[in-house]
Design a protein around this ligand. Structure first.
Ligand code: RIB
Length: 294
């Protein structure tokens, strides 16, 4: 089984639980507030490790308590913190609004994440099967790191949605994004499978669009689509569901499983992540994923 290299962000999440989202100009009283580990890169690294992957992470942190907490998390999760950079900017942060249906709205303050750079003298760890990155850290650094890993499956989670630098797309093998992000990238509204097909044809890359309770759709540039239905679960908090999907997808891809199986298990991981509050507490372990996926 090959290893997984995650290039990405860490954020200290502050989750505000609300009865509903505020309207513009409105003041609301929160029902509760809780801090969690977060950041799409760190979440995906933890999810991949819990799914059974051998994971290394490249990230940037501030010289502060949140940065120390991140390092402690990664050590506890068995993640090799490869080339963690300490910057003069504070550790990244996010404020997450969570409504009664478990849907969220997320605002990130990038901090140190915006300063992530290619480590001086970087040599990729040996035997990397999957490289995984998102758009909460600089695209140019991700492109350079992806170029250094031509033998790996290089997966870009297009989140938050933004135009992809040509140099990054050129070094990427697969795009993964949710249906909202896919609509932004494709600049139109359509069904998730149609968005996946359109983006695959446009980018000439494999594209997976995740669609919450509707499952996920994996389109290839030749027009073939594989889909996986989502198991029904009781939703508490959808935060981190996409990260659970990505981490599990990376871990099961690194094992060389068939695409249909990798997709089904990743969708199950995403569903399980909706059943508990917070991103990291809800990221599922391998046994639970396999039990749900069947
Ligand atoms: O995907 C969820 C994550 O997005 C949160 O943990 C938050 O930090 C933002 O990065």
């Amino acid at each position: 089984m090959g290893g997984i290299l995650v290039i990405g962000s860490y954020n200290r999440d502050t989750v505000l639980r609300l009865a509903r989202f505020p309207a513009p100009g409105e003041t609301l009283t929160a029902l509760g507030m809780a801090p969690f580990h977060g950041g799409k890169g760190s979440n995906q690294a933890v999810a991949a490790a819990r799914a059974g992957g051998r994971v290394a992470l490249i990230a940037a942190l501030g010289a502060d308590h949140a940065g120390q907490a991140a390092q402690a998390l990664w050590a506890a999760e068995g993640i090799a913190a490869q080339a963690v950079q300490t910057t003069s900017a504070p550790t990244g942060a996010a404020t997450i609004l969570l409504d009664a249906a478990g849907e969220n709205q997320i605002i990130i303050i990038p901090g140190a994440n915006a300063e992530l750079a290619v480590p001086v003298g970087f040599t990729p760890p040996a035997d990397i099967a999957v490289a995984l990155a998102q758009l909460e850290t600089p695209q140019a650094a991700t492109a350079a790191l992806f170029r250094a890993l031509p033998g790996a499956r290089r997966i870009l989670n297009v989140a938050p949605a933004a135009p992809i630098l040509p140099e990054l797309l050129a070094a990427t093998d697969m795009l993964v994004l949710n249906e909202t992000e896919a609509g932004i990238l494709a600049q139109r509204e359509a069904a998730p499978a149609a968005l996946a097909l359109a983006l695959a044809a446009e980018t000439m890359r494999d594209v997976i669009v995740t669609a919450g309770a509707a499952g996920a759709f994996w389109a290839r540039p030749d027009g073939i689509v594989i889909d996986a239905a989502a198991p029904r679960v009781a939703v508490a908090d959808t935060t981190g569901a996409g990260d659970a999907f990505l981490g599990a997808f990376a871990a099961f891809s690194a094992e060389g499983l068939a695409p249909e199986r990798v997709l089904r298990q990743a969708v199950s991981a995403g569903a399980l992540a909706c059943t508990q509050d917070g991103a990291v507490p809800s990221l599922p372990y391998r046994a639970a994923i396999l039990a749900l996926a069947g």
